[in-house]
Write a new protein. Structure first.
Lengths: 90, 422, 1002, 181
């Protein structure tokens, strides 16, 4: 599989570390809600089809990429930057 | 027809013309007492035990492909109960008990072969971790032996036990009663056994939706030969392993503590016996044994990403083969024959889920990760009990869906809620 | 060489050179020519039986001329280079080659294992599932019977024997990138490569064989006025000169992965006796292509009829190639049996080369005139509308029986005629080699006209061409190759190139066969030659309900042998289809999986063979080794376990080292600690969210011990973090945790709180680090540190200061893992050695003792400090008695879920220490139980970190015990049945050394 | 104040000069940096950091190493302090890495071949022009690859892995022959 790091360009997925479902969003820092945190930590949609997921380009620029990928065909639909520079890079 | 050496001889004399189908190919009825979705090892064994232990025979197993087309037909066949945590330890040892009798129970040779599973350790710290596990096993009444390097070398002559190895072997933990079984035979044996007790095995029949009354599941909608139809049931059990996410979504359960990933397996060309047992590498992730046909069957890590594709990618090839030839440098010229993938239902703690619910009328069996083949007998046995009694058996009482959110994971590796680390 | 070599001349035996090559087969010397394969050389020498089959040990001869060979498997070379199951059809002859037959005893010509044939029909498909279950006694007994049987079965099964020695050769990898990968060098591949190259695309072309050109190598056609072979060789030579073209011979594209990533394996040195210095035996090419042209040709398939496995029965095109390319007649008298035109042309080409063709038998009545004319050129007797109903011979073909055959009914009739022959060349038509597309999940499609599956619609950027795409004619092969290239160029966003198709003067051949693959007459007819799967087995599988193709395959093992059914799958399918009364496409095909042909495991490991993982070393590594340290593999790191003096074992050494630290001073290399530079205006805020305890108010010049939790509330990692400046921190992590902590921080920065201005950099390798510990540690520092006050006031507990040692800039933090007065001294890694030596020198007077991991661990165990074994992923801070480090003033990662009820239960596994009551060591991994050795009872917890405590003068261990906090004083046993140990222990407070902390604060 | 001792490379006794035949496909070498510093800008200060970097004097190599991030080598010492003065914390972060890397250089007609045998990036000059930098890895060893010429590269290798990497590159060089300078 080849992923396109918005900064480094296209690379083997071996250069990246998978970090899972990008739709799981951490509750705000102020939240002490056990339910909200439980949902963030344990609930997964696990779709058969397009999955938005995080990959850290650990062997490259070490920033995260949100990859939209089809879990059935492994087709990569998009690779988008996240993080402090996401806006600058888009 | 009962299988035996005598039957084989008799039939051979008649030109093998009198053999009958191992199981029927029935048309679906419109209603059953119990439907099991998934004609894998767990679905079939559940049906078998429902009929044989609980006398519930009006049962259908619904399989979208051919029986055994899922992970039961594509795993590396390792059967063991060398667990560290008590709930797993008890459950898998129950499975071992059932394995030992399975060929007789089913009148089908599942080739359960207790050739021993050896986990290698590469430094004193790892030896202690092995001891910790081995001791737990002993205290649970499961045989285990801690071997030093010489004992390991005697058991597996091909292993590089030299001190110059990158990760020198310090010793290992052996479960002498663990081993392998013939994967396809397990599926076929349970299928034939269940069929003989009256269970309908519906192949080529895909569940595409659930029938609901309010929140209660009252059956399924299936596609069969290109046509849609309904099959009703009092109780519906889901045992679809890697497809759990897909199937549960049809029932409206759209989030679970499970992710699907692909695990690859590999088999080499057939050669004369070269390793007697199952060996795992301790400084990486690799397990290898040799099939009765002579192929080295091996596997390692999952491909670290969500997937419903039964095929993986190259990095895992490089990883497992480099570990294999590091352990056995005399294997370098042996050749890889075939590789394939299976879709794994990775749970958030690496342990399974066998439970009533999560909806009324429904029962769930999932979260098997890399390790559900060895569970096949006990899983079916417990799931059948759970379905029949509407209540978990002691052995699976802790394998709940709630345990994650309650803070009681059964986390052998301590890897936390990152499914692909288990 | 015996008389099977033909009269070599231009066009006959062009693959061979004049050089004579000596080799041995089963210990007997033979000669061949350079250019021969082992198979062609054996044929030339009249060797007919080269192997035995898997199950029945029936004699097997050479069947094909390529990698699809099911029969001719031999063991090549000896000792560490011994390689079983090599296809003789692919082995290029080299001087001194040693080959042996396998799976036969005592010899391939007389194999006692043929007894396996005697039980005849009892060894039918799947018979082993029905028997060997043993006496019906429960438990172990029942299994044992099977287990005994299994030992015999395992020994009987298996093909060749693996080597007992390590492979001395090396393997390499190559990473390659291209616009267009062309697989196959035949007409279609060549046309594609030419067109793509002319457009300026970066092209890699791979060909499995040593020669380029595929079928053109032996084609009778004239291209641009030249014999096909010469034309194609020139064309490839020219193309290979282009700077944008890489041509790889002996390179099989084995696996097709996602995003047009391929694994191709080049056999760099298999055609010579052994690799030259520095040369790999094989090279694994990882190729990333923007687009791909697959032109892998087609595989000929056989016919199924009784006796079809006798040595002497071979594929027609293979027989043709042996004659034309290798100048070798596969036999003295050859009969051809075909269902299509290509069999006839093979006969004609063979006859032209000097081979004697005795008969041509075609199941069809309707054969085109020009094909019949070609047949007439052979002067063979011709039988159309006829079929071979039996191959006869003892161990080798001696004659075939032929009867009339009706294509319409599939029945044979009429008089049986015997045709003597020692080779039967069979052709059942051609199956496109769509293995690569199938690997990716491409669904093959049935073409009724061609009686073959075609690759079907692409699901990645691939384009099929030539015979592989059902374009069998030479013209259409060239054309489809070019068309594929045009599409591939478009995939790459490149302009089209030029056409360079030659003018072709040659046969026009209709490749469509008659839909006949099996001749149904009584007798043992084989479908899978290697696995001895017969037509009867297929019928039996059907009878028993194994009718899905995938069940058929698994029940009979059809197609599961080393050839993966390349030549047998279609026959199996057609028999199954017929049995079910369904058309072939309704039965479907089994899935092809990578690799295309078996690949050496060493090649897959590539450069990692012999070099599994990079070693990670601290700057002081050499000094430790020189000092006699026993090194310990700790993740990627190699670290000193203990510095054994002559005659000392590890335990004696670590006890000595520990005492030295407690009494005077010791030093330990802690450079492996993870170190992360955390900088920025929001650095303090970031750390405050990551750690469970407070960091916002940590003063500059101070360090603090911190706990990190996972979001589910369990402990993740720990370490000290130093505030160097308002906006600058140096975080340390555990050695093993370094990588995962870095990723944890990066995730929270990038994804969760991207607005925080903080920069995270791993500086693990920037800093060498030495901990100096013991009551004399301050004195040591006093002796060597300049530019910094190391007094208690100048550098209080947890203080962090800059200084210098022997001119080396250092950072010193007063931290204690050991419980003693202690310092961690950090310096630039390239000065690490100098720092170590300087400290050693400064400590001389105090007998400063270097200590290893064991003593390091002992010191912290005695102090009750937790580390890896206690942070096992199942413990919370509360379990380890670190509840005080949970800040209630702020929220942090893990704080919400840490509040879950279960974590405050009293029966959780809680940290305690235990001490041995009877002087016996508590071995690692012991469990805590209440009962005596013979009846220990259940596990109530386990020991985590053990040592001999010089402080208490007994063996102690940290442990996690159910409800442990309230059980101090209780007597239990530390039980380790696997080590035969059962030690009486007392539960004690884990803070053994200096619980008040007077020493480290002093 | 005592003079700073000389920095010692982990490769000091491995990368010994060694001439091969004239047919050597590659030449390998090794050096330490006098100064190697990483600078990270904040999203709104990229321009300011770029400007600060443009004013650096001396033998400077600036290698982009991530969004708003650069790795900078100076042939003289003290770059970290100089940069810290130019780039206060409100503008960016400055991290010294002088000791964190060893530079292994490779040149010669076969250098692309040797590198590609272990590193999965496209080394052709159209994909990787002279002067550019790539961040990648060789198995577990992270690498910053700087192309200094048509057939020459500097590889910034993590110090603790530098021996392992050197051993690999020597092995990889054996097929084409190598010399060490
Ligand atoms: C490569 C690999 C190696 C492994 N190695 C081991 C090992 O060594 N030891 C071990 O113990 N475990 C191993 N496992 C795990 C083990 O194989 C599985 O955990 C176990 O087989 C799962 O249970 P099952 O047999 O019921 O699943 P499956 O066989 O996957 O059964 C699920 C069935 O449900 C069917 N299904 C899915 N959706 C539908 C639907 N909508 N309608 C109808 N039917 C549907 C599927 O077609 C499938 O047949 C391995 C797995 C893999 C992939
Ligand atoms: N003898 C016959 O009757 C016969 C049969 C089929 C095709 N042909 C002729 O061949 C021509 C078709 O040319 P073509 O180019 O399609 O096929 P081809 O057979 O000429 O070439 C295919 C080439 O691909 C190679 N190959 C296959 N799989 C490979 C892999 N995985 N990796 C690397 N190499 C691989 C083969 O070794 C072969 O050299 C036509 O002229 C056709 O008439 C002849
Ligand atoms: C234990 C085991 C042994 C296997 N041995 C062989 C073998 O010897 N030859 C073979 O072709 N396939 C072998 N296979 C693989 C199967 O052919 C097949 O790839 C696997 O069941 C997955 O199915 P699929 O490839 O059709 O998806 C084996 C599979 C397993 C699980
Ligand atoms: Zn990147």
């Amino acid at each position: 599989m080849r992923l396109t790091c918005p900064y480094c360009g296209e690379r083997d997925h071996q250069e990246f570390t998978y970090r899972g479902d990008a739709s799981a969003r951490r509750p705000s820092l102020d939240s002490q809600s056990i339910d909200e945190h439980n949902a963030y930590v344990f609930d997964r949609a696990n779709p058969d089809g397009i999955h938005h997921e995080l990959w850290n380009h650990t062997s490259g620029c070490r920033t995260h990429v949100v990859v939209a990928r089809n879990t059935v065909t492994h087709e990569i639909i998009s690779c988008d930057p996240v993080g402090p520079f996401a806006k600058v890079m888009k | 027809m009962r299988y035996s050496a005598f039957a084989i001889l008799k039939n051979a004399l008649r030109g093998n013309r009198d053999w009958t189908p191992a199981w029927r190919k029935p048309e679906p009825k419109s209603k059953y007492d119990v439907i099991i979705i998934g004609g894998g090892g767990h679905g079939l064994s559940t049906a078998f035990y429902l009929a044989s232990v609980h006398g519930i025979t009006n049962v259908a197993v619904i399989e979208k492909g051919y029986l055994g087309s899922g992970n039961v037909g594509r795993n590396t066949t390792i059967v063991r109960s060398n667990y560290r945590l008590t709930p797993n330890s008890r459950f898998y040892e129950k499975s071992m008990e059932l394995w030992r009798e399975l060929s007789h129970t089913l009148n089908y040779n599942v080739m359960f072969s207790p050739r021993g599973v050896l986990n290698l350790a590469h430094n004193p710290g790892q030896m202690d971790t092995m001891a910790e596990r081995g001791n737990q096993m002993r205290l649970m009444g499961v045989r285990s032996e801690l071997l030093d390097r010489d004992q390991v070398a005697r058991l597996n002559p091909g292993l590089d036990v030299s001190g110059s190895a990158r990760f020198p072997i310090e010793g290992g933990l052996l479960q002498p009663d663990a081993g392998n079984a013939r994967h396809d035979a397990v599926a076929w044996g349970y299928a034939r056994g269940a069929d003989q007790l009256g269970v309908d095995l519906l192949e080529g029949t895909e569940v595409v939706d659930f029938l609901k009354e309010g929140d209660t599941i009252v059956g399924v909608e299936v596609m069969r030969n290109g046509e849609r139809s309904e099959i009703r049931a009092e109780k519906t059990g889901v045992a679809v392993a890697g497809n759990t996410g897909r199937v549960m979504k049809m029932a409206g359960v759209d989030h679970l503590p499970i992710e699907s990933t692909v695990l690859q397996a590999f088999v080499s060309e057939s050669i004369k016996p070269i390793i007697p047992n199952v060996v795992t590498f301790g400084a990486g992730h690799l397990y290898v044994s040799q099939s009765d046909k002579g192929g080295l069957v091996f596997g390692g890590n999952i491909d670290y990403y969500n997937s419903y594709a039964q095929r993986g990618n190259l990095p895992v090839w490089e990883e497992v083969t480099s570990e294999l030839v590091a352990m056995f440098p005399n294997f370098a010229r042996l050749r890889l024959l075939r590789s394939w993938g299976g879709v794994m239902d990775m749970s958030m703690d690496g342990s399974p889920i066998i439970t009533t619910g999560p909806l009324p009328g429904m029962y769930l069996n999932a979260g098997w990760c890399y390790g559900g083949f060895k569970a096949t007998p006990a899983s079916g046995w417990c799931f059948a009990h759970t379905i029949a009694n509407d209540k978990a058996h002691n052995l699976n009482a802790l394998f709940t869906l709630e345990r994650f959110k309650d803070g009681n994971p059964i986390d052998e590796l301590g890897a936390g809620p990152t499914p692909w680390y288990h | 060489m015996s008389g099977f070599r033909l009269n070599l001349r231009n066009g006959v035996g062009d693959a061979l050179s004049d050089e004579t090559i000596n080799f041995t087969f089963n210990g007997k010397p033979y000669q061949g020519r350079k250019g021969d394969t082992l198979a062609s050389a054996l044929l030339a020498n009249g060797v007919k039986i080269v192997a035995r089959s898997f199950k029945y040990h029936r004699p097997r001869g050479i069947f094909t001329a390529g990698s699809e060979e099911p029969n001719a498997l031999v063991t090549l070379r000896i000792a560490g280079r011994k390689e079983p199951n090599v296809r003789a059809t692919e082995v290029e002859l080299y001087d001194g080659l040693i080959a042996r037959t396998q799976n036969s005893w005592p010899s391939v010509n007389f194999d006692l294992m043929t007894v396996n044939q005697l039980p005849g029909k009892t060894f039918s498909a799947g018979f082993y599932y029905k028997t060997f279950m043993g006496p019906s006694r429960p438990g172990h007994k029942a299994t044992q019977f099977w287990w005994i049987c299994e030992q015999f079965i395992r020994r009987a099964a298996g093909l060749g024997k693996g080597s007992a020695h390590a492979d001395p050769d090396r393997y390499a990898r190559m990473n390659a990138f291209c616009d267009i990968l062309v697989v196959g060098s035949g007409a279609a591949g060549l046309a594609a490569a030419q067109r793509a190259a002319s457009a300026g695309a970066k092209v890699i072309a791979c060909e499995e064989n040593p020669t380029l050109g595929g079928a053109l190598q032996s084609a009778p056609d004239i291209l641009d006025g030249e014999p096909a072979k010469d034309w194609v060789s020139h064309a490839w030579e020219e193309l290979a000169q282009e700077p944008n073209v890489t041509v790889l011979r002996r390179t099989t594209v084995q696996s097709y992965f996602d995003d047009n990533t391929f694994l191709a394996v080049e056999r760099v040195a298999d055609h010579i006796a052994q690799p030259e210095k520095g040369q790999p035996r094989q090279r694994a090419w990882n190729i990333r292509a923007k687009s791909t042209v697959i032109a892998t040709g087609a595989l000929e398939r056989p016919m199924v009829f009784p006796g079809n496995d006798l040595p002497g029965v071979m594929l027609a095109d293979a027989a043709r190639r042996y004659a034309v390319e290798f100048g070798t007649s596969p036999g003295r008298s050859i009969c051809v049996f075909t269902n299509n035109d290509t069999g006839w042309l093979a006969a004609r080409d063979m006859a032209k080369s000097g081979v004697i063709i005795s008969a041509i038998v075609d199941v069809r009545l309707d054969v085109a005139d020009h094909i019949r004319a070609a047949g007439e050129e052979t002067r063979a007797q011709v039988r159309i509308g006829a079929a071979v109903v039996k191959a006869k011979g003892f161990r080798h073909l001696s004659a075939v029986k032929v009867r009339d055959f009706s294509e319409a009914t599939g029945h044979v009739s009429g008089h049986e005629r015997t045709i003597p022959c020692d080779v039967l060349a069979v052709s059942g038509g051609w199956s496109p080699a769509f293995h690569l597309t199938s690997q990716q999940g491409g669904k093959p499609q049935w073409d009724a006209e061609l009686q073959a599956f075609l690759p079907g619609a692409p699901i990645q950027k691939w384009h099929c061409a030539g015979a592989m795409a059902g374009q069998f004619g030479l013209r259409s092969a060239f054309r489809s190759g070019e068309e594929a290239a045009v599409k591939a160029l478009a995939d790459c966003g490149l302009e089209d190139g030029e056409s360079s198709v030659p003018v072709i003067d040659g046969d026009s051949v209709d490749h469509a066969p008659a839909p006949v693959l099996e001749i149904k007459t009584p007798g043992k007819a084989f479908v899978d030659l290697q696995h001895d799967v017969t037509a009867d087995d297929v019928h039996l599988a059907h009878r028993e309900g194994f009718i899905s193709v995938e069940h058929l395959k698994r029940y009979t093992t059809l197609g599961m042998a080393t050839d993966q059914g390349k030549t047998s799958n279609m026959s199996g399918l057609s028999i199954m289809a017929e049995t079910q009364g369904k058309p072939i496409p309704d039965v479907g095909t089994t899935r092809f999986r990578p690799p295309y042909t078996p690949v050496a495991l060493g090649a897959l490991a590539g450069e990692r063979y012999g070099h599994l993982a990079a070693e990670r070393l601290t700057p002081m590594y050499d000094l430790h080794v020189e000092a006699g340290a026993h090194m310990y593999a700790n993740g990627p790191w190699l670290r000193p376990e203990s510095y054994n003096l002559p005659g000392e074992n590890v335990e004696q050494a670590y006890i000595r080292e520990t005492i030295a630290v407690r009494k005077s001073v010791g030093m330990v290399d802690v450079s492996t600690l993870g170190k992360i530079d955390v900088q920025g205006p929001d650095a303090a805020e970031f750390l405050n969210r990551i750690y469970s305890n407070g960091f916002a108010k940590l003063p500059v010049g101070k360090a603090r011990y911190g706990l990190m939790l996972r979001e589910d509330g369990f402990l993740f990692d720990d370490g000290t973090t130093w505030r160097l400046d308002d906006n600058r921190f140096l975080m340390t992590t555990t050695t093993i945790g370094a990588g995962k902590v870095m990723e944890h921080l990066e995730y929270h920065h990038d994804v969760v709180w991207p607005d925080l201005k903080v920069a995270l950099t791993s500086v693990s390798d920037e800093w060498a680090a030495v901990a100096v510990a013991g009551p004399k540690s301050r004195a040591v520092l006093r002796k060597c540190v300049t530019d910094c006050d190391v007094s208690n006031e100048g550098m209080p507990f947890m203080g962090v200061r800059d200084g210098e040692i022997d001119g080396i800039p250092v950072k010193i933090a007063r931290l204690s893992f050991s419980g003693e007065l202690a310092y961690e001294v950090f310096c630039g890694a390239h000065w690490g050695r100098a720092l170590w030596k300087a400290l050693e020198k400064a400590g001389e007077k105090f007998d400063i003792t270097p200590y290893g991991l064991e003593a390091l661990s002992t010191l912290r165990i005695e102090k009750g400090h937790v580390a890896g074994p206690e942070l096992n992923g199942r413990t919370t801070p509360l379990d380890l008695g670190l509840g005080g480090m949970i800040s209630s003033k702020k929220n942090f990662v893990g704080c919400a879920l840490l509040q879950r009820e279960t974590f405050s239960k009293e029966d959780r596994f809680q940290l305690v220490a235990v001490k041995s009551l009877d002087g016996q060591p508590i071995t690692g991994g012991s469990h805590l139980v209440a009962g005596q050795k013979d009846e220990p009872g259940r596990s109530q917890g386990h020991t985590t970190s053990m040592c001999f405590s010089p402080e208490l003068n007994c063996y102690i261990s940290l442990a996690l015990l159910e409800g442990g906090f309230k059980r101090h004083g209780e007597k239990l046993f530390a039980s380790s049945p696997v080590r035969g140990k059962h030690v009486a222990v007392e539960v004690i407070n884990p803070h053994i050394v200096d619980p008040k902390g007077g020493r480290m604060h002093g | 104040m005592v003079d700073q001792p000389e920095m010692l490379s982990p490769l000091h006794d491995l990368a010994m000069p060694r001439a091969a035949s004239d047919t050597a496909g590659v030449e390998l070498g090794e050096r330490l940096c006098a100064s190697l510093v990483q600078v990270q800008a904040w999203p709104n200060t990229v321009g300011r950091v770029e400007k600060a970097l443009s004013t650096l004097k001396g033998e400077i190599t600036i290698m982009p190493s991530g969004p708003g991030r650069w790795l900078i080598e100076d042939e003289s010492e003290g770059l970290e302090d100089r940069l810290r003065k130019k780039i206060p914390s409100a503008v960016g972060a400055v991290t010294g890495l002088t000791h964190g890397r060893v530079v292994i250089s490779i040149s010669g007609r076969k250098s692309e071949w040797v590198l590609a045998s272990g590193i999965a990036i496209d080394f052709s000059t159209d994909a990787f022009p002279v002067g550019e930098t790539r961040l990648t890895h060789h198995h577990e060893i992270g690498l910053t690859v700087h192309r200094t010429g048509e057939t020459s590269f500097d590889l910034y290798v993590f110090t603790s892995f530098s021996r392992a990497f050197w051993q690999w590159i020597e092995r990889a060089g054996e097929e084409v022959g190598y010399s060490v300078t």
